[in-house]
Design a protein around this ligand. Structure first.
Ligand code: GLU
Ligand code: ZN
Length: 276
């Protein structure tokens, strides 16, 4: 490991064309690692095989260290992490569909439906059903947030929105950690992979600020180290709208096809070639 031991990563999800927002995220991670004499790693977050497109990997002229990690190769590691949580009584299978959840969450006794980082907070319908002895892999698995938050007695004073056990229970709720047919979720895989790649500084968009609180909780539950987190601004278009994956107009591939160099692509988002 080089220099200071700082390790950052660029972890794009190849669900659409690489756009300027990706370029910015990559540049931040790359720059912070290089400026500190550390390492910059690449991880392709292609857990959703159905949408992954390898052709998307059109690089930006940045050089990364070591082997590329692909989430599609990591199913056994995710399964082991789920098993650890299951063995500690922290997961339960959920058979609700979206309509069931919406109906239960808007039942009169529940008051107004609450939203957390993953959308509508799960009303807990399946939480109290008898749990099978062996972990079922054919059903979505949810984190029992009450047990999880109490198990860690986790209070993060300075850095995160959710600062108490109660905030995790009511503000995040029983999130899905394993999706049907996928064997993992974004939250679980990112935590397992950051630990495996020994990432010490996670740089990510400010849109993931609330998700970071979930990741820190999962690190405690799985006995994994917590890296430092830096949340950066999002790249927006002229009207202030966040660039979306579907915004093909701003796809880097299009700029490159028109002859733009990587340095010119970075210049569009205010990054000079030396910083990139
Ligand atoms: N793969 C995620 C994305 O492209 C970001 C990774 C992370 O910072 O956790 O939005
Ligand atoms: Zn359910």
């Amino acid at each position: 490991m080089a220099g200071t031991g700082i390790r950052t990563r660029f972890a794009p999800s190849p669900t659409g064309p690489l756009h300027l927002g990706h370029a910015y995220a990559a540049a931040v991670a790359h720059h912070l690692a290089r400026a500190a004499g550390g390492e910059f790693l690449l991880r392709i977050e292609d857990i959703d095989h159905s949408r992954a497109r390898r052709a998307w990997e059109d690089w930006l002229g940045l050089h990364w260290d070591g082997a590329v990690m692909r989430q599609s190769d990591r199913a056994p590691a995710y399964r082991a992490a789920l098993q650890q949580l299951w063995d500690n009584g922290l997961l339960y299978p959920c058979t609700c569909n979206r309509r069931d959840i919406e109906a239960a969450a808007s039942a009169p006794q529940e008051g107004v439906p609450h939203f957390g980082p993953d959308g509508l907070i799960y009303p807990g319908t399946c939480r109290h059903k008898p749990r099978p002895a062996a972990m079922p892999m054919d059903l979505p698995l949810r984190l029992d947030m009450e047990r999880a938050a109490i198990a860690t007695c986790f209070v993060e004073q300075d850095r995160h929105v959710y600062t108490s056990v109660q905030d995790y229970i009511t503000g995040v709720g029983d999130i899905i950690l394993s999706r049907r047919g996928m064997g993992t979720s974004y939250h679980l895989s990112v935590v397992v992979d950051d630990a495996e790649q020994e990432i010490t500084l996670v740089t990510r968009g400010a849109d993931l600020f609330d998700a970071t609180a979930i990741h820190v909780l999962l690190q405690h539950l799985l006995d994994l180290p917590t890296p430092a987190y830096h949340h950066h601004d999002l790249i927006r278009d002229e009207s202030g709208k966040r660039l979306a994956k579907r915004d093909d107009a701003r796809a880097i591939a299009a700029y490159r096809a028109e002859g733009a160099t990587p340095a010119q692509v970075f210049a569009m988002i205010g990054i000079t070639p030396s910083a990139a």
